[in-house]
Design a protein around this ligand. Structure first.
Ligand code: SAM
Length: 249
């Protein structure tokens, strides 16, 4: 079974407490760099993500100014993440600067997928950041957005890419879309994801779902719904209480 990779940035005074928490979780290969940067491996279990969330909550009780990232099924990235390498204009009130944990984990998940020539649907595109990432990897993209203002912003940001490779549509989730996609990416709330799942059966008969936008404490509910729609988990990520998954069918 693939192990769980854990990375943390912690103030030096948290060392003893963090080591204690890691030993309770049977962490292995614990390494520290520059006194504040940690890496470790946790044994895989179906509840590993909830254990990482427990670790994060324990740290919150006693430590200020830390960052905790974990992943399973994704090669451990450089942490903290490098800034998004494209020039996006993001007006106040529009989501998608690339700084939010959920966006960062979706970007990491997309980087590890072969997207060249694939059809990608980005639901709730905001500034267009995930659509831009998929386009830069050679995909063709349809992006949906419920807010007209955000859709206009995404349209502007995507206009640097070949116009025949993308479209931005104002609609509710995937309603009204015809055809099928190879990859669906959505950074939306768990409630919105649950509303989307019945439509996914139609638009993603075979392919990958990259999803984020909810807290790790909601994982049991989200996992149940993914399973009930025939989606099999292939990776997950955790960053400071938020989570992202890639699921296949
Ligand atoms: C968390 S933001 C994600 C933005 C961007 N994709 C990112 O990852 O940074 C969620 C976006 O989904 C949009 N949204 C919310 N509900 C929606 C719905 N029912 N249909 C389409 N878009 C929706 C919001 O307006 C917002 O721009």
């Amino acid at each position: 079974m693939k192990p769980v990779h854990l990375c943390a940035l912690l103030p030096p005074e948290a060392e003893t407490y963090f080591k204690q928490l890691l030993s309770w979780l049977h962490a292995r290969y614990v390494q520290t760099f520059n006194g504040n940067h940690w890496r470790a491996t946790l044994p895989f279990s179906s509840e590993a993500l909830l254990q990482v969330n427990w670790l994060c909550e324990k740290l919150r009780e006693q430590v200020h100014g830390f960052s905790l990232y974990a992943s399973w099924g994704v090669p451990a990235p450089d942490f903290p993440f490098a800034p998004f390498p494209f020039n996006l204009h993001v007006e106040t009130g529009i989501f998608g600067t690339g700084k939010h944990p959920t966006t960062q984990m979706c970007l990491t998940a997309l980087q590890h997928l072969p997207l060249k020539g694939k059809w990608v649907l980005d639901i709730g595109t905001g500034s267009g950041i995930l659509a831009a990432a998929a386009l830069s990897q050679g995909a063709k993209v349809v992006a949906t957005e419920i807010s007209f203002t955000a859709a206009k912003q995404a349209h502007k940001n995507l206009s640097v890419y070949e116009s025949s490779s993308w479209a931005v549509i104002v609609c509710d989730l995937a309603s009204g879309l015809r055809g099928t996609f190879d990859v669906v990416v959505c950074n939306i709330s768990s409630e919105a994801l649950l509303c989307l799942l019945p439509d996914l059966d139609r638009i993603l008969p075979v392919g990958k779902l990259v999803a984020s936008g909810w807290m790790a404490s909601e994982w049991r509910t989200v996992r149940k719904f993914l399973n009930s729609h025939g989606l099999r988990l292939s990776s997950w990520q955790f960053l400071n209480g938020w989570m992202a998954v890639v699921a296949d069918r």
